[in-house]
Write a protein that binds this ligand. Structure first.
Ligand code: SF4
Length: 156
């Protein structure tokens, strides 16, 4: 069972969207220079369908996107939750921030609008770095379209 430690409204993780970010714990990736080491612990509340429903209702029309932050220990659970969210609020966009460089086998991207891939590596920087190993994709017609450039400013 996936667990989450908290949730908050964010504006930068998904460009042009007001996102409800759900911060999922038990991250298996152990990146050096992890920005949130507490997310590596198996702590928090169970991320059930009821929990998601409660959180979405709380923010109601204030959000345009729900963003699952993490969940690499059980990616197929993320997929199931995305299917659930689409079934109850088809207009809400769905994003997933994964720390893995590749998608899991048989993962169905059609339930998502955005997916970020790649662990955080300090020497390459995050999505706003021109050297980053991370990629941010928009899903269009079941294809991953690289939109990482939206986070980046050109080198002067
Ligand atoms: S993926 Fe994110 S939360 Fe997980 S170890 Fe890496 S930086 Fe930390």
């Amino acid at each position: 069972m996936l667990k989450f430690i908290d949730h908050n409204i964010v504006f930068q993780e998904v460009p042009n969207e007001v996102s409800l970010a759900i911060n999922i714990s038990n991250c298996p990736l152990r990146c050096k220079n992890c920005h949130s080491p507490q997310l590596q612990e198996d702590i928090g509340f169970c991320l059930t369908q009821d929990a998601i429903l409660y959180i979405i209702k709380k923010y109601n029309r204030a959000i345009t996107c729900i963003c699952f932050m993490g969940g690499d220990s059980e990616p197929l659970e993320i997929e199931k939750l995305a299917i659930f969210v689409k079934s109850i609020t088809p207009k809400l966009k769905i994003a997933w921030y994964s720390g893995k460089q590749k998608l899991p086998k048989a993962f169905q991207i059609k339930y998502f609008d955005f997916i970020k891939l790649g662990p955080y590596k300090g020497k390459y920087g995050g999505l706003d770095s021109l050297d980053t190993n991370q990629r941010f994709y928009k899903i269009i017609d079941n294809e991953l379209i690289d939109m990482t450039f939206l986070f980046q400013k050109e080198r002067i």
